[in-house]
Design a protein around this ligand. Structure first.
Ligand code: PEP
Ligand code: MG
Length: 324
């Protein structure tokens, strides 16, 4: 089976009956982009840019960042790059960006909240992404999707979008990305609950099920004893994903899932049945996720999603679903 999956890795992600679901790769290191493409990734669905920052002893300057993002875009050769803006704080410390001592770092200054305290860092990053995606030498501009981590409501999105819009005004179109979208990660339950208000203004959503599960079930994602109970197939998490997809599709926007759940064999049909448009997984898992998609029809996926939503606990969900 693994050999078959590998042989078919360059086929587009589709269910058995042809429903399209893009399969992209999660990356922390732009040097690994070519490898992800070689494994069949249809783009990068989550570039964790904090790893680029962590590899430097101080915040990388504009030129350094442009070089990094270009490396990924060159290797992608026209496939989309979904870059997440710097996500530090919580479980992702950055030594040269100290956060005041907090009792609950997961509920403290992290992600977009932290980024907005130093908007010039965010601005430089957005500028580097926009400049790196410019066309040139008879080459078209590169498709760029930028997403904001740990957003809790539309005010944070609008604050970041104001910087983004200013850059779009300021940089001549021929010097920057033209095929560009700005989206938010759905990692905080408030954003899923308010997805209808966000969906009108964002270009897309990407569900970070690792954090969304942590904040929905109130279990630290790295807790040594409890993290096993922190299962994204919990019906409460699935309902939040359902709300997110329904709101997005009502506004013609797309939804990806880039947390661990996207590569869970039992979860793949459930997510597809909920209407998720893209799955972003570790590069290694791309061929298997594509093979998993070819296992079922969209109608089966919808039935699996219905079944899952009707359960009471994540154990019930796992027992009810087809075992794979
Ligand atoms: C997530 O929270 O699901 C996610 C994809 O982001 P990270 O794991 O980097 O927090
Ligand atoms: Mg996260």
């Amino acid at each position: 089976l693994e050999r078959e999956a590998w042989a078919a890795r360059f086929e587009e992600g589709r269910t058995r009956d042809g429903h399209r679901v893009e399969v992209a790769a999660n990356l922390g290191n732009t040097a690994h982009t070519a490898d992800a493409v070689e494994r069949g990734a249809e783009g990068v669905g989550l570039l964790r840019t904090e790893f680029i920052f962590m590899a430097h002893s101080q915040a990388p300057d504009l030129e350094t960042q442009i070089g990094e993002y270009k490396e990924a875009m060159d290797a992608l050769n026209g496939l989309p790059l979904v870059a997440r803006t710097l996500d530090v704080g919580g479980d992702k410390p950055l030594p040269y960006w100290p956060v005041p001592q907090e009792d609950n770092p997961f509920l403290g200054l992290r992600g977009i909240r932290l980024a907005l305290t130093q908007p010039e860092v965010l601005e430089t990053q957005l500028r580097a992404l926009l400049l790196a995606a410019a066309g040139g030498d008879n080459r078209p501009g590169r498709p760029l999707r930028i997403m904001l981590p740990m957003v809790k409501d539309i005010a944070e999105f609008r604050a970041a979008k104001a910087i983004f819009d200013r850059l779009l005004e300021e940089i001549p179109a021929e010097q920057r990305a033209t095929d560009v979208q700005l989206g938010v990660m759905i990692e905080v339950p408030s954003c899923a609950l308010l997805a209808p208000t966000l969906a009108a203004e964002v270009d897309f959503f990407s569900v970070g099920t690792n954090d969304l599960t942590q904040y929905t079930l109130a279990i630290d994602r790295g807790h040594p004893a409890l993290s096993a109970q922190s299962d994204g197939l919990h019906p409460a998490v699935l309902r939040l994903i359902q709300m997110t997809v329904d709101a997005a599709h009502a506004h013609g926007k797309w939804v990806g899932v880039c947390g661990e759940l996207a590569s869970d064999a039992q979860a793949v049909p459930v997510l597809v049945g909920l209407g998720v448009d893209e799955l972003s997984v570790s590069a290694r898992q791309v061929p298997m996720v594509k093979a998993r998609l070819r296992d079922f029809d969209l109608a089966d996926a919808k039935a699996q999603a219905e079944l899952a939503l009707a359960q009471a606990t994540s154990d019930d969900v796992r027992n009810a679903l087809e075992v794979r």
